[in-house]
Design a binder for this molecule. Structure first.
Ligand SMILES: *[C@@H]1O[C@H](CO)[C@@H](O)[C@H](O)[C@H]1NC(C)=O
Ligand SMILES: *[C@@H]1O[C@H](CO)[C@@H](O)[C@H](O)[C@H]1NC(C)=O
Ligand SMILES: *[C@@H]1O[C@H](CO)[C@@H](O)[C@H](O)[C@H]1NC(C)=O
Length: 194
């Protein structure tokens, strides 16, 4: 948590110095190079909760970044990474390598394909929410695809990755599509980027 405030303060200084540049490039997202450096160092550490380093999370975030996409919530790797890394870190790191990645609020919605991969196609068609078991299966499946070798425990994943999301959505023990999509877009903001 602490480094985010330091980064924000530094970004404010940076913003004043580069306002002429950002006025020209207003449609593009160009995080301060300091943000890129800071977030690069914190891959694997949740930027919202300050949980300790998780090698499994670092592998998920790296698998997301490897795709170098722009509709990042259409990639299961990036959605899984957001749940352990935090949305802001995943968004900023993607913006750092690809300036076509929009601000958090403007990133396209969570794709139906990814949602169906989390809850199952029948449940997705029925509009069912994500259960804790759905999430565990999804995130462990994505870690497997990312060739994780140092696995977190189920308890760790539930308390450090799942619980902070249900706390934010305030939807009880499961999360409907629209609340999860809102979490991806609004749980953290990227106002420290220009
Ligand atoms: C990612 O995509 C952007 C935009 O096409 C490109 O400029 C950049 O070089 C790519 N980065 C990597 C690491 O492939
Ligand atoms: C994304 O979801 C929001 C909220 O559900 C909705 O208002 C918006 O139209 C959707 N955007 C697109 C491009 O489908
Ligand atoms: C995981 O390993 C397989 C087999 O070596 C490889 O094809 C795949 O690209 C790896 N996945 C990632 C995310 O690096």
């Amino acid at each position: 948590m602490r480094f985010i405030y330091a980064t924000l303060a530094a970004a404010l200084v940076h913003t004043a110095a580069s306002s002429a540049v950002s006025a020209v490039l207003e449609t593009r997202v160009t995080p301060a190079s300091l943000d890129c450096e800071e977030y690069g160092k914190y891959i694997g550490i949740h930027d919202g909760t300050g949980a300790e380093y998780s090698a499994g999370c670092a592998d998920l975030t790296d698998a997301c970044l490897k795709l170098n996409g722009t509709s990042i919530w259409s990639h299961a790797q990036c959605v899984a990474a957001a749940t352990c890394q935090g949305t802001l870190g995943v968004i900023i790191l993607n913006q750092c390598q690809n300036h076509n990645v929009a601000h958090a609020a403007s990133i396209p919605n969570l794709s139906g394909t990814v949602y169906a991969s989390i809850v199952g196609s029948v449940a997705a068609a029925a509009g069912d929410p994500i259960t804790q078991q759905n999430y565990i299966d999804f995130v462990f499946g994505q870690m497997s695809a990312a060739n994780v070798t140092q696995w977190p425990s189920y308890d760790y994943v539930v308390s450090n990755w799942w619980n902070p999301i249900t706390s934010w959505t305030a939807t009880g023990n499961s999360i409907p599509y629209s609340n999860f999509d809102d979490w991806l877009h609004y749980s953290e903001t990227d106002t420290d980027t220009k």
